[in-house]
Design a protein around this ligand. Structure first.
Ligand SMILES: C[S@@+](CC[C@H](N)C(=O)[O-])C[C@H]1O[C@@H](n2cnc3c(N)ncnc32)[C@H](O)[C@@H]1O
Length: 284
């Protein structure tokens, strides 16, 4: 089967890069993440991954092509799991959820309220290809629009995650969003993959990413403490370098050597690898 998709903007189409990465990972003999649902959804939609040469290039082996996407998703999943185990009454927000099925990977208890938010066009497709789940809600909205948060209960601790999102938000839009989130909930955590200035430049210029380059509007930031200066009450608690992830052992010798060389240095790790940042917040 293949769905007739609406014409997506580059930012919206980027969801197929991450979905495709997780789907290809699940086909590996020893996957990093093993999300077979991603592959089922990709098949249902019938999207042609050749539009993302980064996922199909012959210059990299199959594991290296999906490492960042799959291990970043796994890292963010672990952070959400930990928060939920400490706060079984949590609200979880997956910002720019695309067609990701994080809620199925994590399988939270019924006491957790889960919200997947993305543009209405994306949520319309999501509702056709992702199964419904009790206590999981989808909101179709532009995240930079302040109104959508009114649908989310604001009295419980919140775990807010953004996987592959920030590159597509303007700096002003991102900062305003962070402020609204932090003021909406009594306390919680924020976790997302950080885009350094170089990472933004690379996405804009890599031939394998040309389909989405036009949607990349964030300038990136190198200092993980920057959000502390943008929003009162936010504190960096973790900067996780994928160059130091145990999954590096499963990479090809050349990629493993690159990661190992960079791993001791935070600066080099930010340059060559994916970084996941975690912040705690308390509204003032
Ligand atoms: C790289 S994709 C990641 C999707 C998903 N998190 C995943 O890991 O598969 C970025 C997602 O952010 C969404 N997005 C970007 N800007 C947005 C905005 N202003 N409002 C709502 N969603 C947005 C896009 O539609 C897209 O689904």
């Amino acid at each position: 089967m293949s769905l007739a998709l609406p014409s997506f903007t580059p930012a919206q189409e980027s969801l197929f890069l991450t979905l495709g990465g997780r789907a290809l990972d699940s086909r590996l003999p020893r996957p990093f993440l093993g999300d077979t649902m991603a592959d089922e959804i990709l098949t249902k939609v019938g999207y042609d991954l050749a539009r993302f040469p980064a996922l199909t290039t012959k210059f990299l082996d199959a594991r290296s092509r999906v490492f960042d996407i799959a291990v970043r998703a796994k890292t963010l999943d672990d952070l959400v799991r930990r928060f939920i185990s400490e706060h079984p009454d949590a609200v979880v927000l997956d910002l720019g959820a695309g067609l990701d099925t994080r809620v199925f990977r994590i399988d939270p208890p019924p006491t957790v309220a889960w919200y997947d938010i993305d543009f209405p066009e994306v949520i319309a497709v999501r509702s056709r290809v992702v199964s419904q789940r009790a206590n999981a809600h989808s909101i179709g909205a532009d995240l930079t629009d302040p109104d959508w948060l009114n649908e989310v209960p604001g009295s419980r601790p919140a775990m807010i995650v953004g996987d592959g999102l920030i590159a597509f938000l303007t700096q002003a839009g991102f900062v305003a969003l962070l402020n609204r989130l932090v003021h909406h909930f009594p306390s919680g955590e924020l976790a997302f993959n950080l885009y350094t200035r170089y990472a933004i430049w690379a996405v804009r210029h890599a031939p394998g990413m040309s389909v989405i380059a036009g949607g990349v509007v964030n300038p990136g930031f190198n200092d993980p403490r920057q959000p502390e200066r943008w929003v009162d009450g936010v504190k960096l608690v973790d900067e996780i370098f994928l160059t130091r992830a145990p999954e590096v052992d499963g990479l090809s010798p050349a990629m493993r050597a690159t990661a190992r060389l960079a791993a001791p240095s935070a600066r080099m790790s930010r340059l060559v690898g994916t970084v996941v940042v975690r912040y705690r917040f308390k509204s003032g």
